[in-house]
Ligand binder design. Structure first.
Ligand SMILES: C[S@@+](CC[C@H](N)C(=O)[O-])C[C@H]1O[C@@H](n2cnc3c(N)ncnc32)[C@H](O)[C@@H]1O
Length: 236
């Protein structure tokens, strides 16, 4: 009888461990290839699960980003961990924005869905399968870089943040509307199960303040995320 209880407890513990690592943490502690594989498996269901509200997307993402690029309406935007193309989709719908977007992701099937979703904007979007930990771009390449709902799934979120800032072209006298960073930081009770993958608001502000960034704005956005804006400048 005793051994049956031991086996049951073991099975329960293993089940809880798997639930934590594969469902709640989405594979993040087990390596980037597994995270991408899990996203590949859910790619076709992703938009249904997320139920994006187009109006809210435009209001909180597309419009503010297009406004910030007001004097760079043709500036190229890099969307890291683009998923199914959320950022390009809302940005292309903004009449003020006429530029191109590069959507980068590690999961090929997410990119495949993104390609299908953005088919109407084929001439304005390029997809690249790559890892966010080592962006295949030179320093200061983009006037705006976005990365939504993904930092906590990167092997090293702080390095991910550094990579985004590295490829951002800083705002300058000639390009005052460059340097825009748009990202998210996970909040809520689940962050207790994601040690080392998220920051408290003050911690994140401190990290961002170590970079040449101004207009740092961290505010509640969705239930489990804060939305983060900042502008890279040449000197602070
Ligand atoms: C929750 S989805 C977010 C997608 C999109 N940004 C959105 O807001 O809908 C997370 C995305 O991050 C991608 N991802 C995770 N780790 C990555 C990595 N190391 N490099 C590139 N993409 C990664 C996944 O493949 C997935 O598409």
């Amino acid at each position: 009888m005793g051994w049956i209880i031991v086996v049951l407890v073991l099975v329960l513990l293993i089940g809880l461990l798997l639930y934590w690592q594969l469902i709640l943490a989405e594979g993040t502690y087990l390596g980037a290839p597994l995270v991408a594989l899990l996203y590949d498996w859910t790619a076709e269901r992703y938009n249904k699960i997320k139920e994006f509200d187009k109006k809210l997307e435009d209001l909180t993402l597309g419009k503010p980003l297009a406004n910030r690029l007001y004097r760079r309406p043709e500036g190229m935007v890099l969307d890291i961990a683009t998923g199914t193309g959320r950022v390009p989709l809302t940005l292309f719908d903004q009449p003020g924005y006429r530029g191109q977007v590069i959507g980068l992701d590690r999961a090929s099937k997410m990119l495949h869905v993104a390609q299908r979703e953005t088919a109407g904007y084929q001439d304005r979007i390029t997809f690249i399968q790559a890892d966010a930990m080592a962006l295949p771009f030179a320093n200061a390449s983009f006037p705006a870089v976005a990365c939504l709902e993904a930092l906590e799934f990167f092997p090293d979120p702080q390095k991910g943040l550094a990579e985004m800032i590295r490829v951002l072209q800083p705002a300058s006298a000639t390009h005052p509307d460059s340097g825009w960073l748009l990202t998210t930081n996970r909040v809520g009770w689940e962050t207790y199960l994601l040690p080392g993958k998220t920051w408290r608001r003050e911690e994140l502000a401190k990290i961002l303040n170590n970079y040449p960034l101004r207009h740092i704005d961290i505010r509640p956005w969705e239930d489990i995320y804060n939305l983060v804006w900042a502008q890279k400048v040449e000197f602070i």
